[in-house]
Design a protein around this ligand. Structure first.
Ligand SMILES: NC(=O)c1ccc[n+]([C@@H]2O[C@H](COP(=O)([O-])OP(=O)(O)OC[C@H]3O[C@@H](n4cnc5c(N)ncnc54)[C@H](OP(=O)(O)O)[C@@H]3O)[C@@H](O)[C@H]2O)c1
Length: 277
């Protein structure tokens, strides 16, 4: 097996670099505290909010961006309570709902949404961040979110779903077969979701890069690769949910969309017509 420790510390970043500039922490264009990123009045549900990127990056960023309410979902109630405390330090007025739920249980997810829907008129944004339960947990959460959102989502008021993927979805990481498979499924799930509800549902899959959390296999840890601060993912998700510009990507919008640069697909030419005389 390759000696990961012999690789450059930025090896996780540079081979997958798409933009000239790279960042490892939140930067001005995605700063959730900037007025243009405000998500005032919105309600967001975040799974995997008790630790890791959800607790340290995503939940704080949405609170900083001014959401009205945040629903924190994970199994560990004590950790959720400690995250809630930190969020109230950021914004004492933030409304919180803590749901200690195993999202791999369809029944628990359904009960959780009864509670969410009783408390809030609508949930604007769903962040499927819990990564150990990628496909089933994400699907159950998304189904319930869509059931509620179909009554209000319009072309000018999109229901937004953000799913977490990983470079293992398209890259090859030995011994990560199950995880890589589930992350590739996340990309495909997200694409299908967006295509199923064109104009009413915004769905996007995000790779947060390497973050030093419990999910990390020991090998990249021992190799000492540079990690992102979870605030980078938090700011990026707020940017996506608030639909504001990130200069370098927006400047390349036409190229990205016309050539499908950031989607996963077969490159083969398919179709019987190509064999017609
Ligand atoms: N860290 C990285 O370098 C990296 C790289 C690429 C992609 N990602 C992706 O980014 C996302 C966040 O990752 P992370 O590193 O913060 O770690 P993670 O292990 O995905 O996050 C753990 C969170 O998910 C919750 N969770 C786990 N199982 C659950 C279940 N059955 N029901 C409800 N909640 C559950 C955990 O809380 P409880 O223990 O309280 O349930 C915890 O809050 C994941 O989707 C991950 O795959 C991470």
């Amino acid at each position: 097996m390759a000696d990961l420790a012999a690789l450059p510390k930025d090896w996780i970043v540079t081979p997958g670099q798409f933009t000239r500039a790279t960042y490892s922490t939140v930067y001005p264009a995605i700063d959730p505290t900037k007025p243009k990123n405000y998500l005032t009045g919105k309600t967001v549900v975040v799974t995997g909010a008790s630790r890791g990127i959800g607790a340290r990056g995503i939940a704080p960023a949405f609170v900083k961006a001014g959401v009205k309410a945040i629903v924190l979902v994970a199994t560990n109630a004590a950790n959720l309570a400690s995250v809630e405390k930190k969020l109230h330090n950021i914004s004492p007025a933030i409304e919180t709902l803590l749901l200690s739920v195993d999202i791999s249980s369809v029944d628990q997810v359904a009960k959780a949404w009864v509670e969410i829907n009783a408390r809030y008129d609508r949930v604007d944004i769903l962040v499927n961040n819990a990564g150990e339960v990628n496909v089933k947990g994400t699907h159950s959460m998304t189904q319930q979110f869509l059931k509620a959102a179909m009554s209000w989502a319009t072309t000018t008021n999109l229901a937004k779903v953000i799913n977490m993927t990983s470079s293992s979805a398209w890259g090859v990481w030995p011994f990560l077969a199950a995880y890589a498979n589930s992350k590739a499924a996340m990309v495909s799930y997200t694409t299908t979701l967006a295509a199923s509800y064109p104009g009413t549902v915004f769905a996007v899959a995000v790779n947060p890069g390497l973050n030093d959390t419990d999910i990390l296999p020991s090998s990249p840890r021992y190799a000492g690769f540079n990690c992102n601060d979870p605030s980078l993912t938090g700011g990026t998700l707020v940017w996506l949910a608030a639909d504001v510009d990130v200069e370098e990507l927006v400047a390349r919008k036409q190229e990205i969309t016309s050539k499908n640069l950031l989607t996963m697909q077969l490159n083969a030419r398919l179709g019987a017509k190509q064999f017609a005389a």
